[in-house]
Structure formats: structure tokens, C-alpha cells
Design a protein around this ligand. Structure first.
Ligand code: MG
Ligand code: ZN
Length: 364
């Protein structure tokens, strides 16, 4: 056979190789209803970012092909077709469209009670694991109620108002060393939290007996390629802790925060490293869910960022190109695994993700 033909055959047979699920994730007999929800947000992760990752990581070697249920959500905010991360995360946490920049409030500036507050009240354990500061727009929208995402010191105050069980994030500076001289770390300790700083996820602060915060950085954590490694292990730690924390169940929000920043920077290598880290993080969540059988895992983005596209570069390769340094209005894929995953197929508004979580947990 001529070498070129052989090469073509190898290439096309590789592309059409049968779907290869991870052995641990298949043939799992899920409970009819989820007890726990792990909600993973790739900030700025649209279909192009996922597509690029799938080719970079390799067909059948990436985590996204493990999902059988896929849907799309429509990302617009209350006042703009192109959303920001504050309005995007408020839609997820509260089920309300709000104006760009607003944190956990309606367009009328009423605080909207979010999923973390509602589930805490119903007896669930709740937590967040992110690759940015705790007060950044996405995690803030699950805890705080503020007019603007820029009010980060005020947002930090809201971590004393909304109960939660664990938080692993950067941004210690918003809790201590503040302009108003308040020491919110002491305030958290007064409320019973164990506080630790660092990125080792080997042991649960407070021996798992108390709620906890791990500050992974004083400011923004580094990039994945710059040495940040904690997101997958922090996700595992949070799942282990939260699953023992309440008989009722848990809700864990995990954010691959810097996928978005790579998009803003139009930086292909940054994007590649962040998507790889997020892949490992999703894997950790799925492995927990497959063993647990009562955990629903949802993976999505809040919006696309960078207008990323995959352009032809020879016959078997692509190059990434960006059309903007801002967010775009493109629909965003939703992947679901576990009990009631099928609720997440179809095309729907970002606010419906909140409603689907509520329905899956049979909260009303
Ligand atoms: Mg974010
Ligand atoms: Zn952004």
C-alpha cells in the first residue's frame, strides 16, 4: 500500500475508532434521584474551547466524550445579549436573569436567594472550589448580594452572612488586610470555621468536624501552567468532606475560572493548560459520582470568551484564532452524568439550569 494511503487509513480509522468509555464510569446503576450535585463551571468555556481541548488531548482521551447527555444553554443576561460572568453565575445560582455586573440580585436590585442558601436551609452541605479569588464574580454570585462585582471587600462580608460548609479559593486579602481593617478570618473562626492557607489538599482542616476555608493564595491563584495544581485534588477533598457532612446530601460548585482569562488574553497555550486542568477536575467529580451512584454531575460554561475558532492548518491539524478579547453570545454546551442527567438535554435558557437542579433534587 502506498504510504500516503496507509497514513490516511490510519488517520480515518483512528477517528472512527469506537467510543471508549472509562471503565469506572459505565454500567453504573444510579439511584433514581440524586442526593448530591456537583456543578462544574468552565468560565468562558464555549463549544470552541471544548473542541480545541478534545483535539489537543486526543479523541477518546478527553473527559467530555464520557458524557452521554448533552444540551445547550442560551447565555444572554437581563440587559445584554452578551453576558458577563456575574449575570451568568447569578442565572445559575438564583434562576434569575440579571444585569451585567450584578451579583446575586434581580434587575430591581432585590437580593435573590440562591441555591446555596436554599440548600443550606434544607439541610444540605454546600461548598465551592475555584481557581480564582473567593470574591470573584462567579463564586460571589453563589454567596453574595451586591450591585456590582467590583465591590470585592463588600462581597467578602457576605461570606459571613450566607452559611456554607467549605470554600477552597484564592483571595485571602479580601478577608484580612482590608482597607476597613476588619479581620474577617477571625470572624469566620468565631463562626466555627477552620481556616488554612496553602495548596496542599492532603488533609481536611478541622479534621472534617467543622466547616472550613482553605485560602490557596493571598490574591489570584497562578495559572495552571504557572504552577496551580490544586483544582482536581481540592474537588476530591471537598466531595469527601461534604459527603460526610450531611445525611441529606451536598451541593458543590467547582469553577475552572481561568479558561475565561486565557480567552480574554487570546492566549492559546494558557487556554490549553486551563482546559487540561479542568478535564482532570471533571474526571475527579465523575469518579466520585460513579462510585457514589447518587451524585448528579453537571458541566457547563457561563459564556464563550474570545470568539475562539479552530482553523485549518494542514490536513490533520488546526490552529486557534480569536475574533475578540471579549465574551461572545454563542450558546454554551451542558454535559450531565448521573441520576436525572437526562433533564439537561435540549436547548434552554441559562436560568433553567437552576430549575433543573431544583427539579432533580425534588426540592419543591
Ligand atoms: Mg468566573
Ligand atoms: Zn470574562
Amino acid at each position: 500500500m502506498r504510504p500516503i494511503l496507509l497514513l490516511a487509513l490510519v488517520f480515518f480509522s483512528a477517528c472512527s475508532a469506537p467510543y471508549q468509555p472509562l471503565a469506572t464510569l459505565v454500567n453504573v446503576e444510579f439511584a433514581p434521584k440524586p442526593k448530591n450535585v456537583i456543578f462544574l463551571i468552565g468560565d468562558g468555556m464555549g463549544l470552541s474551547q471544548v473542541s480545541a481541548h478534545i483535539y489537543w488531548k486526543g479523541l477518546h482521551k478527553n473527559i467530555f466524550q464520557q458524557f452521554k447527555t448533552v444540551g445547550f444553554h442560551i447565555t444572554h443576561s437581563a440587559n445584554e445579549l452578551v453576558t458577563d460572568s456575574a449575570a451568568g453565575a447569578t442565572a445559575f445560582s438564583c434562576g434569575h436573569k440579571t444585569t451585567n455586573g450584578a451579583i446575586g440580585i434581580t434587575p430591581d436590585e432585590e437580593a435573590c436567594r440562591g441555591i446555596v442558601e436554599n440548600l443550606e436551609k434544607a439541610g444540605y452541605a454546600t461548598g465551592m472550589v475555584v481557581a480564582c479569588t473567593a470574591t470573584h464574580a462567579t463564586p460571589a454570585s453563589f454567596i453574595a448580594h451586591r450591585e456590582l462585582r467590583a465591590f470585592t471587600d463588600e462581597i467578602a462580608m457576605d461570606f459571613l452572612e450566607t452559611p456554607f460548609d467549605c470554600l477552597i479559593a484564592g483571595g485571602k486579602k479580601n478577608f484580612i488586610g482590608r482597607i476597613d481593617k476588619k479581620n474577617l478570618i477571625d470572624s469566620l473562626k468565631d463562626r466555627g470555621y477552620a481556616i488554612k492557607s496553602g495548596t496542599s489538599m492532603k488533609s481536611i482542616p478541622g479534621k472534617g468536624q467543622r466547616p472550613f476555608v482553605i485560602f490557596t493564595d493571598d490574591q489570584e491563584p497562578p495559572t495552571a501552567s504557572g504552577g496551580r495544581k490544586y483544582l482536581p485534588s481540592a474537588t476530591r477533598l471537598a466531595c469527601d468532606f461534604l459527603s460526610k457532612r450531611s445525611e441529606k446530601g451536598f451541593f458543590l460548585m467547582v469553577e475552572g475560572s481561568q479558561i475565561d482569562w486565557a480567552g480574554h488574553a487570546n492566549d492559546r497555550n494558557w487556554l490549553r493548560a486551563e482546559m487540561d486542568d479542568f478535564d482532570k477536575t471533571i474526571r475527579a467529580a465523575l469518579e466520585f459520582a460513579a462510585a457514589d451512584k447518587e451524585t448528579l454531575v453537571i458541566v457547563t460554561g457561563d459564556h464563550e470568551c474570545g470568539g475562539a475558532s479552530l482553523l485549518k492548518a494542514g490536513k490533520k491539524d488546526f490552529k486557534t484564532a480569536f475574533s475578540t478579547r471579549l465574551h461572545t453570545a454563542a450558546w454554551v454546551p451542558v454535559y450531565a452524568y448521573g441520576p436525572q442527567a437526562s433533564l439537561f438535554s435540549g436547548v434552554y435558557d441559562n436560568t433553567e439550569i437552576y430549575e433543573k437542579v431544583v427539579r432533580a433534587l425534588e426540592l419543591n
